[in-house]
Design a protein around this ligand. Structure first.
Ligand code: ATP
Length: 283
C-alpha cells in the first residue's frame, strides 16, 4: 500500500461553508436536547434531516447534536431509523433535505471518504471488514488518508494494547476471525484513524453475553480517553448506562432527546422493543 499522508483539514479538501448558529427550539415539533453544561459548539449538528430509500421515507426531520468528549446514544426499535441516521451522517446516504455540520462546517452530501479524511469514523452494523484481507491490511485501510506511516506504527501499538488478540491475528484473513474478533477489528479500524467522532452501529449485536460485556467495557474506556462517540445500540439499557445524553427514535422521528436517566423515567426500556412508551404510544 502506498504511503498515507496526514490530511485532516477541511480547508484543504472541501469547500468552505457557513457556521450555523445553535438552534434554540425545534422547527418541526420534535424534541431538542439541551446542550451539556459549559459546552462550546457541538462537534456534530444534524438539523431536520430527511432521508428516503426510493419511495420509502426513513427519516422525517431528525435533529441531534454531539458535543466534544460526549458519548451520545441513539436508541429505538428495529426500523426506527438509527442506522439510516448514522449512514447519512457518514456520507453513505445522501439526505433529501436538512443539514449536517461537522466541526462547524456544512458537510451535507459530502462523500464518505471525505468525511473520513475530516475525522469521522463509522463502525458499521455487521462490521463490514474485508474478509480476504489480513487483519493488518484491514487496519491499514482504516488509517488511509489520515496519518503518515511513522505515526501509524506507534498508533498500532496503542491499538494492540486495547486489542491484544488482534496482534496475534495480524497476518490472518479477516474472514477467519470469530464474530467477537471481527467486531474488535471493526472498532480498531475506526480508532486507528484517530477520529474526532467515532460512530458505532450496534457493536454488541450478535455477540455472546461475555463479549457484550467486553464491548461495553471497551466503549467506557474509549469514553474515559475523551473520544467523542455516537453510539447506536439495540441494548438500550446498557447504552443508557454509559451515555451522557440520549435520543430515542421512532418511525424516523425523534421522540426523546436529553439526559439518559430522564429517558429511562419516561420510557419503559423493555417496552421500547415492543413499541411502547410509559403512558403513551411510541408508534
Ligand atoms: P435496525 O436496528 O433494524 O437496523 P434501524 O433503527 O437502524 O433498525 P433503519 O435500518 O435505519 O432502522 O431503517 C429505517 C427504515 O428504512 C425502515 O423502515 C427500513 O425498512 C427502511 N430501510 C432501511 N434500509 C433500507 C433499504 N436499503 N431499502 C429500503 N428501505 C430501507
Amino acid at each position: 500500500m502506498s504511503e498515507i499522508h496526514e490530511d485532516t483539514s477541511m480547508a484543504q479538501t472541501g469547500e468552505p461553508s457557513s457556521v450555523q448558529p445553535a438552534p434554540t427550539a425545534s422547527t418541526n415539533g420534535q424534541p431538542v436536547a439541551p446542550p451539556p453544561p459549559d459546552s462550546g459548539q457541538p462537534i456534530l449538528r444534524v438539523s431536520d434531516l430527511h432521508v428516503s430509500y426510493g419511495s420509502v421515507q426513513a427519516l422525517h426531520g431528525i435533529s441531534l447534536e454531539v458535543y466534544p468528549g460526549e458519548l451520545v446514544s441513539i436508541c429505538g426499535v428495529n426500523g426506527a431509523g438509527k442506522s439510516t441516521t448514522l449512514r447519512a451522517i457518514a456520507g453513505v446516504l445522501k439526505p433529501q433535505s436538512g443539514t449536517i455540520h461537522f466541526k462547524e462546517k456544512n458537510v451535507t452530501g459530502k462523500k464518505p471518504e471525505q468525511m473520513h479524511k475530516w475525522g469521522m469514523a463509522l463502525v458499521p452494523e455487521g462490521r463490514e471488514i474485508f474478509p480476504s484481507l489480513t487483519v493488518a491490511e484491514n487496519l491499514r485501510i482504516g488509517a488511509f488518508g489520515r496519518y503518515n506511516a511513522k505515526r501509524y506504527a506507534a498508533d498500532l501499538e496503542d491499538i494492540f494494547a486495547l486489542f491484544p488478540i488482534l496482534k496475534e491475528r495480524l497476518s490472518q484473513a479477516g474472514g477467519q476471525l470469530s464474530g467477537g474478533e471481527q467486531q474488535m477489528l471493526a472498532i480498531a479500524r475506526g480508532l486507528v484513524s484517530h477520529p474526532d467522532l467515532l460512530m458505532m452501529d450496534e457493536p454488541s449485536l450478535g455477540l455472546s453475553p461475555s463479549l457484550v460485556d467486553q464491548i461495553f467495557e471497551l466503549i467506557a474506556t474509549l469514553k474515559a480517553r475523551g473520544i467523542t462517540i455516537l453510539l447506536v445500540e439495540q441494548n438500550a439499557e446498557r447504552a443508557l448506562q454509559i451515555a451522557d445524553r440520549a435520543y430515542l427514535l421512532s418511525t424516523g422521528t425523534v421522540k426523546y432527546a436529553g439526559p439518559p436517566q430522564n429517558m429511562a423515567e419516561i420510557v419503559d426500556i423493555t417496552a421500547v422493543y415492543l413499541g411502547g412508551l410509559k403512558g403513551g404510544g411510541l408508534r
